[in-house]
Design a protein around this ligand. Structure first.
Ligand code: 5GP
Length: 146
């Protein structure tokens, strides 16, 4: 059975945008990637970049679709920056509801920031990295990636 079958059965709003069933303000399209304006922008120019492959989270995305997004993401960032006039911007990618993902189809946000607060507001609760704990986590990650 097609591995995409289960995902296709729980069709998201983004698949409907890809198929043209729901309109969007399209910014870029190739055979693997679509970019369009976010319907609820945090600032003018807020753009979403999605793979056409219907993976819910980044870890589930194929290497091919990841590479296709990686190829165009910097170019789209430059265009958003040029057209919005913003000097700075965030690239945000949420995975899972605890991480504020609302649409379960992989997407990258490009969000211009402006003086005065328009853009992504973040609370960055940084801790400190304990050396022993850090060594353990890094070792386990290396093992997992082998
Ligand atoms: P998430 O929280 O999942 O990372 O972000 C989902 C984003 O999709 C939100 O910023 C939301 O405004 C956007 N969005 C949801 N539905 C639609 C839609 O139908 N059209 C467009 N253009 N954006 C949408």
């Amino acid at each position: 059975m097609d591995p995409w079958y289960n995902i296709l059965m729980s069709e998201t709003i983004f698949l409907k945008i890809i198929s043209g069933e729901i309109p969007c303000h399209k910014v870029y399209e190739d055979e693997s990637v679509l970019a369009f304006l976010d319907i609820g922008p945090l600032s003018p120019g807020h753009t979403l970049i999605i793979p056409k492959e219907p993976a819910a989270t980044l870890g589930e995305l194929s290497d091919e679709s990841s590479a296709a997004i990686g190829r165009v993401l910097p170019r789209i960032c430059r265009a958003v920056k040029a057209v919005s006039g913003a000097s700075d911007y965030n690239v945000l990618q949420n995975n899972g509801s605890l991480a504020h993902q609302a649409v379960f189809h992989v997407h990258f946000h490009v969000i211009p920031c402006f003086e005065g607060g328009e853009g992504l507001q973040m609370k960055w609760n940084s801790g400190t990295l304990d050396p022993a704990r850090g060594a353990d986590i890094a070792e386990r990650l290396r093992e997992e990636l082998r």
